[in-house]
Ligand binder design. Structure first.
Ligand code: SAJ
Length: 427
């Protein structure tokens, strides 16, 4: 039985470890966070992801997945630890470094090591390989080394792990082929082989491409506000062009991927990655733009009460990492506003202490306005007539173009739609 040691049991490592375990591998899942080890060994999981708990429980119950605090000798090591962004927008590589170092004492002739963590270009060859070679073994000869990024969408991880195409970049061909043989156990999508640095660039290019496309949508929204145009109407028309596909403007870009990865290019080649940097700045400034729109509407934000609906980085997930909605809440607080937050996916969160409400009614009661920050499915059919009776002022800001504006207006609400410079009076 092939033994796989997965280092890092987060959004990617845990589903990956479970997937190998349910496909006939002997898997040890390693996390340096003792709390994670305890939770998993206790039969729960620390991540909200559809279907994941069942798969993890089945894998652990079958005995094929064991959870541990330290790595063990294995045939293959998969490093799936976070690469957080530092305050200066450089990549935090400390987890990759320490996870790689923890593999060194266990590395044996013929082993395969795969880095999955999103990393700046050349990380596999310039950072990971030299650390592993401290073992006295040579990459590509004594052991095999590859980079294979995860590209799954939170909320659909289990399905996408299986169905998505996968790129495997080896330090040499034998390494890439060994990676393919491993992942072929459960990947049904196409497996494409290349070199390690190309695979690293592929991952960063995908998320950077999306970031830049969202940035232009956000900039179009601001231009539409300036020129008295409804950007949503304009986009719908522009998107009829066969070669145009503008993405959705919104309150900004969150999550641990798209809002982070483009900076890895900026860090590695600041002289070249200028458009990439600018797009990041546009998207990062979007929460402040939303607050500015509110300030224009209310004049003074100090003392006003707002019900913020949704604080995760995108709909129907509990993930709040880099969430623009959280930043909007904090900016409003800094401006002296009182914010009450409701999110059906978030029960408590350190950064929102004292702000989270247990029901939408509790958030909305006597407020001066509702701010729709995330288009969770629970919010799409909200009964505006019922909410209208609770508010001090019937005002709603829709940052996602997710509400039925006619219905809200019929309930007496003034509706402010992000990117609608035309406004409701136009006929
Ligand atoms: N967003 C917009 N407008 C849009 C689309 C998204 O404002 O038109 C915002 C969302 O609200 C959210 C952020 O962008 O705040 C990112 O959401 P997302 O759903 O686009 O992507 P992620 O971060 O959940 O997952 C991305 C995916 N990458 C691509 O689609 C290229 C996923 O496939 C990757 O696996 C993942 O990053 C990752 O782990 O890198």
């Amino acid at each position: 039985m092939v033994k796989v040691c997965v280092l890092g049991l987060g959004y990617i490592g845990l589903p990956t470890a479970s997937m190998f375990a349910t496909h006939g591998f002997d898997v040890v899942g390693v996390d340096v966070n003792q709390a994670v080890v305890t939770i998993l060994n206790g039969g729960s999981i620390h991540i909200e992801e559809p279907g994941l708990k069942t798969v993890v429980q089945a894998a652990i119950k079958s005995g094929c997945l064991r959870i541990a605090a330290c790595p063990e000798p294995a045939d293959a090591f998969i490093i799936a630890v976070p690469t957080p962004i530092n305050a200066d927008k450089t990549a935090g590589m400390h987890y990759v470094i320490s996870a790689t170092e923890s593999v060194v004492p266990h590395l044996r002739q013929g082993n395969l090591v795969i880095l999955e963590s999103t990393s700046p270009p050349r990380t596999t060859v310039d950072l990971v390989q030299p650390i592993l070679e401290r073992s006295g073994l040579k990459a590509g000869q004594d052991f095999l080394l590859a980079y294979s990024p995860e590209r799954v969408l939170p909320g659909q991880i289990l399905r996408e792990l299986v169905e998505n195409s996968r790129v495997i970049g080896g330090v040499n061909r034998a390494s890439a082929e060994a990676g393919r043989n491993l992942y072929a156990a459960f990947v049904q999508g196409e497996i494409v082989l290349t070199d390690a640095t190309t695979a690293e660039m592929v991952k960063l290019m995908e998320n950077t491409y999306r970031d830049i496309n969202i940035a232009i949508a956000n900039e179009f929204a601001r231009l539409a506000d300036r020129f008295g145009v409804n950007v949503w109407e304009a986009m719908a028309v522009a998107n009829r062009h066969p070669r145009v596909k503008i993405l959705q403007p919104g309150p900004g870009v969150g999550g641990h991927c798209i809002s982070v990865d483009p900076w890895f290019f900026v860090e590695s080649a600041p002289d070249i990655a200028q458009l990439i940097r600018q797009a990041r700045l546009v998207n990062d400034a979007q929460p402040a733009y939303v607050v500015q729109k509110l300030a224009e509407k209310f004049g003074e934000l100090k003392g006003k009460t707002f019900a913020a609906l949704g604080v995760t980085y995108k709909p129907n997930v509990d993930d709040m990492r880099e969430s623009p909605a959280v930043e909007i809440v904090h900016l409003l607080q800094q401006a002296g506003a009182i914010v009450r937050v409701f999110d059906p996916y978030v029960e408590d969160a350190a950064e929102l202490t004292g702000l989270l409400q247990k029901s939408i009614e509790a958030a909305v009661e006597h407020a001066d306005g509702i701010l729709l920050l995330v288009q969770h499915r629970e919010f799409l059919g909200l009964d505006s007539a019922k909410l209208a009776a609770l508010l001090q002022r019937r005002f709603v800001l829709d940052t996602r173009n997710a509400l039925n504006h006619a219905a809200w207006r019929a309930s007496g609400f003034e509706v402010l739609l992000l990117g609608d410079g035309k406004g409701e009076d136009w006929e």
